[in-house]
Design a protein around this ligand. Structure first.
Ligand SMILES: NC(=O)c1ccc[n+]([C@@H]2O[C@H](COP(=O)([O-])OP(=O)(O)OC[C@H]3O[C@@H](n4cnc5c(N)ncnc54)[C@H](OP(=O)(O)O)[C@@H]3O)[C@@H](O)[C@H]2O)c1
Length: 296
């Protein structure tokens, strides 16, 4: 298949694009940094220079492709509209990357019992309404566009494609490297579901082949509190005990979006639907084991 992937230099998009190319697909990948274009061919990806704001480019690439994977930005509505426009009425597949912070709370390091499946009603935080509206727009494009949403939890692991890092664990590590102290938001009792990037890439490929039009899947294969994650980072880095950090200090360091929703919230989902309907058999089960084995 001819597949157009946005975010081809990123953690999710690059990993998925590299897997698709390795499987024999013809992959074109959007990249905005001309200096990095040269990295893509080594992973079998043809670079397409442009940004998510290049509406005509996105529309034309989507129109020419057999399928589109949008993995650059879960919150860029304009790009979604342009890609859907290019696919309109074709019945071709459009796989969009969403994220489970849409079920997240504002617990600032405190725990929660709330666990979500695809059927659980969500009362989103105001900051997440726009992401949910994008997901609704995409699902409502079916069946004219065979749209599919994969809603990822915290992703860990090493990229399978061009140089890239995930969004939650690396900032914790960077802060620890700079200060010599691993810190989590508040008491670090908040929990997130998680999943390894290799299992994510496998699920994208299965979803492309098997998912129904208009479908939505959570993506996880395990769960940990941020206190457990920061303790594993501290052990792996040979630092002392991980420490609680006031929400104000965490927001000053990481910004509100990352501190409150990425690192201080609870986001607990279950991906039984993906296992049951798509035959997904994820292999990696523990983010803390990965941290201990991989982080130096
Ligand atoms: N990683 C996770 O655990 C996770 C989980 C759930 C949802 N998500 C969401 O999934 C999306 C992708 O995540 P990721 O971890 O793959 O992030 P990433 O590594 O930062 O990758 C994003 C890629 O998209 C590109 N990009 C971003 N905005 C662009 C624009 N306006 N025009 C052209 N290219 C653009 C980036 O280019 P540059 O390299 O030039 O910046 C980068 O290559 C994000 O919205 C993220 O919030 C991530």
């Amino acid at each position: 298949m001819k597949i157009f992937v946005t975010g081809a230099s990123g953690f999710i998009g690059g990993s998925v694009a590299a897997r698709l190319a390795a499987d024999g697909h013809s992959v074109r990948g959007l990249i905005r940094d001309p200096k990095r274009c040269g990295e893509l061919p080594a992973h079998g990806i043809v670079p397409v220079l442009g940004t998510l704001d290049d509406r005509e480019l996105l529309r034309a690439e989507a129109h020419a492709a057999d399928a589109v994977i949008n993995a650059a930005d879960s919150d860029h509505r304009g790009a979604v509209e342009a890609l859907l426009d290019g696919l309109a009425g074709s019945g071709k597949r459009f796989l969009h990357t969403s994220g489970t912070s849409l079920v997240g709370d504002e617990a600032l390091g405190e725990p929660s019992d709330a666990v979500f499946t695809e059927e659980t009603p969500v009362q989103p935080a105001p900051d997440k309404l726009a992401r949910i509206a994008i997901d609704d727009l995409i699902r409502s494009a079916a069946p004219g566009v065979h749209s599919i949403i994969l809603c990822n939890s915290l992703i860990y692991g090493d990229t399978l494609g061009p140089t890239a890092q995930s969004v939650q664990i690396p900032p914790l590590v960077a802060q620890a490297r700079e200060s010599g102290v691993v810190r989590h938001v508040g008491r670090g009792l908040n929990r997130w579901s998680n999943v390894h990037i290799a299992d994510v890439a496998s699920l994208y490929i299965l979803a492309l082949e098997r998912a129904a039009a208009g479908s939505f899947y959570f993506v996880e294969n395990g769960e940990a509190s941020f206190g457990e994650i920061s303790s594993a980072i501290a052990e792996a880095m040979g630092l002392g005990k991980a420490e609680d950090w006031t929400p104000a200090a965490a927001i000053a360091r990481w910004g509100r979006e990352l501190a409150v929703f990425g690192l201080g919230s609870n986001s607990r989902v279950r991906a039984d639907k993906a296992r049951r309907e798509l035959g997904w058999v994820p292999a990696h089960t523990s983010v803390t084991k990965w941290i201990l084995a991989s982080l130096v």
